[in-house]
Design a protein around this ligand. Structure first.
Ligand code: BDR
Ligand code: CA
Length: 311
């Protein structure tokens, strides 16, 4: 069983990722840490607790973390996720309470007290994780791997070249990438391909099961602009695909490459530079890729099989 801490900015697709993780028999969600990203951290906490209600989940500690990125102002993605963050799915406020401590403290307690290493599944800007690794560097040894949705070896979404989670807090992503913790990057190369057709979404939304209705509602709203840009009109499962990578990595093509984050101001700030050269040659002349952290990058997936797993 995978012991997991999820770091989220719920968010339509974070909601679907939480649904999948909580329901999967081989995943033990120890805690959910919330961060400012798609919407404000307060809304992220509220949305997360509501989704746990929909799932009738056991008590899982949820805590609020960073209210903004390390350097930049927060830049919401409400245009993608709706004003509240869950599209037009209206759920009653939860009676569950968030933890009275900061998400970074919650993660530290979990990691320190755990007898076995924990995997962090990061589905949001990595501000909380950067703060954790800088404040309590000894925690790194208790993290088995950080599997993050973020970055890209090709196109961007927040900008032409930058993916939203990395772009929202590039310095945080840089800290995490260079932390020495084993990393898997589930970026836009694969993220943009894992989707289902609109007909299947309609069937879900019309179901008499509450979970299916909520899922159908979330998927109906998803990524209106992006959809047209993608082949056909597939509705992406987004962050949920990254959780699938945790339990079904064998359904995905993964390769390790040196990766760095572009931190300089300018048109490519927040880009993940993935060095896919076969022969990385004279570093002193051509760049310093050999000093870059090596990251396992998920490049593609057997989409039908991943969707089958998700459902
Ligand atoms: C990522 O950004 C957010 O809007 C989504 O929740 C996902 O984590 C995609 O770039
Ligand atoms: Ca997210």
């Amino acid at each position: 069983k995978h012991s997991v801490i999820m770091d989220v900015d719920t968010g339509i697709d974070d909601a679907m990722a939480i649904m999948f993780a909580v329901k999967h028999p081989d995943i033990d969600v120890k805690a959910i840490s919330c961060v400012c990203g798609n919407v404000s951290v307060d809304n992220v906490v509220k949305n997360t607790l509501k989704i746990l209600d929909v799932l009738n989940a056991p008590t899982i500690p949820v805590a609020a973390g960073a209210v903004r990125p390390l350097i930049e102002e927060a830049r919401s993605a409400a245009h993608v996720h709706g004003a509240g963050g869950l599209g037009d799915v209206n759920l009653p406020a939860s009676s569950r309470q968030g933890q009275p401590i900061h998400a970074v403290e919650m993660m530290r307690h979990m990691l320190t007290e755990s007898l076995t290493p924990i995997t962090i599944v990061a589905l949001a800007p990595m501000t909380n994780l950067a703060l954790l690794l800088r404040t309590y560097p000894e925690c790194a040894a208790k993290i088995e791997r950080i599997l993050f949705m973020g970055g890209s070896a090709s196109v961007g979404n927040a900008t032409a070249v930058a993916e939203f989670n990395v772009w929202h807090d590039p310095e945080a992503a840089h800290i995490v990438l260079n932390s020495g913790v084993p990393l898997t990057m589930y970026g836009l190369d694969v993220f943009n391909t894992v989707g289902l057709d609109a007909e299947r979404v309609r069937v879900l939304a019309a179901s008499d099961k509450h979970i299916a209705q909520v899922l159908g509602g979330l998927l109906s709203f998803q990524f209106p602009g992006e959809e047209e840009a993608q082949e056909s009109s597939r509705r992406l499962i987004g962050d949920a695909g990254a959780v699938c990578a945790l339990v079904a990595g064998d359904l995905m093509v993964r390769e390790s490459f040196p990766v760095q984050v572009q931190l300089a101001q300018g048109a490519n700030r927040g880009q993940t530079i993935v060095d896919r050269r076969v022969h990385i040659g004279e570093d002193t002349i051509h760049g310093t890729a050999s000093a870059w952290p090596v990251v396992e990058v998920v490049l593609s997936a057997d989409v039908d099989k991943v969707l089958e797993l998700f459902f």
